[in-house]
Ligand binder design. Structure first.
Ligand code: GDP
Ligand code: MG
Length: 458
């Protein structure tokens, strides 16, 4: 969407070198696109000023610089800067790196002692689910992990945690009768400490009988269990409310990290940027599904790529790589900014081998990802098969092309639709998807040629 804004204006301005009017117009459209993605208005204004300044500085240094590439790179870098922190571990003063990244200390649990991690966040944000995911994450790294349910508000909360914990084979603590969350959390943590648990995760309710007392309750639980780390869980769909919510939790529970959940859905998590900025606290993980294993470390560049609509290239490429699929030529083409119809067909064939498709789809840029996301698993497979049939009906020359040949000679579209037993609309949709991918490929290659580091994976 944002790259579209840049591209459209480049076209309007008739070339790669743009005057200040079209730069302003471009900035306006980029700003609008960011606002639509729930990025906070004040942040967008600040960003716009910074981008303007950077353009001036860069153009001063190099008059013949390609402004289109420059703007794309600056937008990308500035957004990354907002969510990227330079982290260093506690008790480590090795802090002599003087770039302008925000420096923060990250929590690192220590073996052979009790590390208490408390979860906060509104009801429904994904705390209980993320607690279990994190427990599994640490368990796999050799820690002895226990879960404590301090949600005494919602009937069934303890059962939910119990179910999750049992599935993941993680010891848990909770009570059906005790109604005081402070007492339950204190007792649970004490019990696990006595039993020499190394990581004790405390799940809280996110809701209170009296709304305004939720934060008071968080303070009390925090005082009772004295956590080494507090994590705020934020739903990617939170939107503009993220800032005030994060501030309120920061004041009461002083969390040191954020987990952003439901990144597998349609929301791109733009709101989370303001939560990060307002609390100067990094996102450490993202939740990418309802299952225990759906937890990924937060990658600033991937996150921003997705927000800008250029897809999670690294995620996709890593997945493809891990499957050892047919991809050599596509990789080569991608690195040159090309993406032919044959590349597209190869990728779709690979996708069918990869499963679960909904997950792959969420990594794709543009309409295809969304379209497949909305469809069920079965429909998705069928849809992809039809797309592959369509490309099976194309000639070698057509497949090796960038698809423009169909626009020049529309009769080809009719022929392919007939040959594949599909419709003209479906063929056009395939061409559109391929063009979106190609646009992305050329942007990425462009960014790396403009001298900046491209998003990882290319
Ligand atoms: P809590 O009230 O904060 O404890 O939230 P829960 O952990 O109970 O989660 C609320 C709902 O969101 C449940 O249906 C979860 O399965 C779902 N959920 C949590 N995290 C994710 C995620 O990363 N992706 C998806 N798709 N669903 C999630
Ligand atoms: Mg819960």
């Amino acid at each position: 969407r944002i790259n579209d804004a840049v591209n459209e204006n480049i076209i309007k301005s008739g070339g790669s070198n743009v005057d200040s009017d079209s730069i302003n117009l471009m900035l306006k459209e980029i700003s609008n696109a960011l606002l639509e993605s729930d990025v906070n208005i004040k942040l967008v204004m600040k960003l716009r000023e910074r981008i303007k300044k950077s353009i001036d500085v860069e153009c001063e240094k190099n008059k013949s610089i390609n402004k289109k590439k420059l703007i794309q790179k600056i937008v990308f870098d500035e957004l990354c800067n907002l969510v990227d922190f330079e982290t260093y571990e506690e008790n480590n003063d090795n802090n002599n790196n003087n770039n302008d990244k925000k420096k923060i200390t990250v929590f690192k649990p220590k073996k052979k002692q009790s590390n208490v991690i408390m979860f906060v966040g509104l009801q429904g944000s994904g705390k209980t689910t993320s607690c279990t995911k994190l427990a599994v994450y640490y368990q796999r790294r050799g820690f002895k992990v226990g879960l404590v349910c301090a949600d005494t508000f919602r009937a069934g909360a303890f059962d939910q945690l119990k179910q999750n914990a049992t599935k993941a084979k993680i010891p848990y603590y909770g009570s059906y009768t005790e109604t005081d969350p402070v007492k339950v959390s204190f007792d649970g943590v004490e019990k696990f400490k006595k039993e020499k648990f190394e990581i004790i995760i405390v799940d809280t309710s996110g809701r209170h009988r009296q709304e305004e007392q939720l934060f008071e309750e968080m303070i009390q639980i925090s005082n009772a269990v004295n956590p080494q780390q507090t994590i705020m869980v934020l739903d990617a769909a939170i939107g503009q409310a993220a800032e005030s919510q994060a501030k309120a939790f920061k004041e009461s529970a002083n969390f040191g990290a954020i987990i952003l959940t439901k990144m597998d859905g349609h929301a791109k998590g733009g709101g989370a940027i303001s939560a990060v900025a307002a609390t100067k606290t990094p996102i450490i993980f993202i939740g990418t599904g309802e299952h225990i294993q759906d937890l990924e470390t937060f990658q600033p560049r991937n996150f921003i790529s997705k927000l800008l609509g250029i897809g999670d290239i690294q995620g996709l490429m890593e997945h493809v790589k891990s499957l050892n699929l047919d991809q050599k030529d596509t990789m080569k083409n991608l690195s040159e900014g090309k993406f032919t119809l044959l590349d597209f067909q190869t990728q779709l064939n690979n996708m069918l081998k990869m499963g679960p498709l909904s997950k792959i789809a969420s990594m794709l840029p543009g309409g295809l990802g969304q379209m497949l996301n909305q469809a069920g698993e079965e429909d998705t497979t069928l849809m992809i098969k039809r797309m592959i049939y369509i490309m099976d009906s194309m000639t070698k020359k057509e497949l090796a092309s960038d698809g423009r040949i169909f626009i020049q000679e529309p009769s080809r579209i009719v022929r392919v639709a007939r040959g594949s037993g599909t419709s003209v609309g479906e063929v056009e949709s395939v061409l559109m998807q391929q063009r979106a991918m190609e646009g992305m490929a050329s942007n990425m290659a462009g960014m790396s040629r403009a001298g900046g580091t491209p998003p990882p994976g290319i």
